[in-house]
Design a protein around this ligand. Sequence first.
Ligand code: FCB
Length: 435
Amino acid sequence: MSEFVFPQGFLWGTATSAHQVEGNNTNNDWWAWEQAGKVKEPSGLACDHYRRFREDFDRAKTLHQNAHRFSVEWSRIEPREGEWDEAALAHYQEVIRALRERGIEPIVTLHHYTNPLWLAAKGGWANPKVVDDFARYSRRVVEALGEQVRYWLTINEPMVYMSMHYLDGVGPPGEHNVRLAFQVMEHLIRAHAASYHAIHQVAQSHGWPAIVSLAKHAQMFVPCRRWWLGDRVIAAVTERIYNHRVLAALMEGRVKLPGQRTIHIPEATNTLDFIGMNYYGRVFMRLQRGGRSQWWGVRCSTRHHREVIERNCLDWDVYPPGIGQIIRWALPYKRPILITENGICTTDDSQRERFILRHLAVVARAIQAGIPVIGYLYWSLLDNFEWSHGFGPRFGLVEVDYQTQARRVRPSAHRFAEICCTNCLRIENNETGNQ
Ligand code: FCB
């Protein structure tokens, strides 16, 4: 049996995003994409969380969570360009009040994949105007919510947003265009910087505390064939670009994308007050000029790979030591680290329990080694709408019956609750497995 006590004030909780749980987000580009039949099934009412947030937060509280990450939906707050929906802002004020009343620290994401239709119509993230639009929206949101919010995340997973929507084309606008993708990346970095300064300006003018970051998706890239130099090179190159370019840009104020000149963005320098990290597992890569993504590497399946010991329901690799690796990657940036997402979809809840314990054991070792990890947010509180995969994948600590909207707390949630409540991870040696 091993035991580890986490630092005092450690943030324990879960993460969600507006479009995946709220329901009826009819005014954004993902909704339109779904209506056009581009996904397995549309998001529809999702978890009806827009109306049921109080009961969902009651559960989070009963489960001893003290933090909750969620996103506010731009298309509700600014339904038409430059027009603010006061009712939507009041709704999110209520959401934050509900969290605070339950002793849960709100962590607010401003952009989690979805865009208002008016923004998409003018070219979305490919149009440089998005930078000012996003800054103006950030300012308005902080004016409305900032008194009660300390932790802000500007953008969820810029790399995933870019590749999912502009390289793999599995989300709107469904592009497969490297040139456009790099423009989008530049705009995401500029928009983060503009939003960072906007948040601080507004907060400061009111004397409200604010710390700002983004949620960086990080993953290890492993060669499909370790003996083949080409695979090793493409895995290593992809790893550097994917995991480090955005973070480095937001520290150094410049970014270099493959085949492009260095772009200087001085206003992006030092625009991370902490580092938000999302981690799910490893990706296996082989050298091949590009499939639909037009990159020099393509993923190979985890199905038959000898190194893959465990997979989730989407065939993603499960690899707990990797969370230690991504934490170490954040070290040179010398900021506190918050695990903003880590989770598994599975139909076997005991696999979820093992997943949490094993990842937390690695996080605990990192903290023991002196790395300042300040919290861990499991993805997700509820089963929810998993983008192009629809409702099939079950990531929730709480099961949702989409027919009746009934909730059922899974056993893994209780095990996680024990850890949250005691601020201590106690595990039998046989529970961590052999990785
Ligand atoms: C992350 C996304 C989140 C969810 C999980 C499973 O990359 O941020 O919205 O889809 O994956």
